[in-house]
Ligand binder design. Sequence first.
Ligand SMILES: C[S@@+](CC[C@H](N)C(=O)[O-])C[C@H]1O[C@@H](n2cnc3c(N)ncnc32)[C@H](O)[C@@H]1O
Length: 277
Amino acid sequence: MSPDDLNLIAAMLRERSGLVITVDKAYLVESRLLPVARKRELAGIPQLVAALRRGGDADLVREIVEAMTTNESFFFRDGKPFEQFRDFVLPRLLQARAATRTIRIWSAACSSGQEPYTLAMILAEEKARLAGWRVEIVATDLSTEILQKAAAGLYTQFEVQRGLPIQLLVKYFKQQGDRWQIDAALRAAVQYRTFNLLDDPAPLGRFDVIFCRNVLIYFDQPTKTKVLDRLARQLPADGYLYLGGAETVLGICDRLQPVADNRGIYAPAAVPLKAAG
Ligand SMILES: C[S@@+](CC[C@H](N)C(=O)[O-])C[C@H]1O[C@@H](n2cnc3c(N)ncnc32)[C@H](O)[C@@H]1O
């Protein structure tokens, strides 16, 4: 791949999705974009980039951006954050929201749905405590293709073997040929929408808990700051933000602070140290 072609693709990806591509990732770009070229019956990457340079093809831009996303996800990813959700976050919200009996949860960058469905299963397991409550799970991703997979709720044997306790597989999934489909009630409990984290989330409304895990790692620091500032604005003072194990707000966003003794959970800072732009 020529340096010029790589630069063009990298600039487009940074602008459209926040993804930062460095020179050493040329092989990754080539391997991900070759199928996009083939699908359009183009001979290879140079022809694909030429089509992009001609401009005006919004579908091509979208296909390239989607092809470059990493959609790796699994049920109960990292275990602990979801235990904390059940044992620390949920009890506090049940107390704090007793007047409205409403809780809104956002799985931002939900990929193929394992994260929102993990939450839906935890809530289903807690249904006695949640009787009479309205709990909304909004799940968003940049990629419309991955959202279709999420909404279908169909997973391979490999996917259901990663992190999902066997008793929950038996309880909430049905075998469909060589795949497993999550219960219709749990599918209906999650609202899927396309949303780019580079955009303003204000139209989605406020959320008591936001999961934004394993996506900020792909962004540069100014983008992380911008996204985190905006997520913080969608949280009430007693809301919670979850980040992935390799992500933090420290040194990146003063509007949020770590929750003591709960690694990976952040809360709005009482007094932001500096105003965000
Ligand atoms: C590695 S997955 C993380 C999935 C899940 N949160 C987890 O932790 O298992 C990253 C997801 O972020 C999405 N993504 C990447 N850039 C995005 C952006 N700018 N806005 C919204 N989603 C984005 C990708 O499409 C992908 O599905």
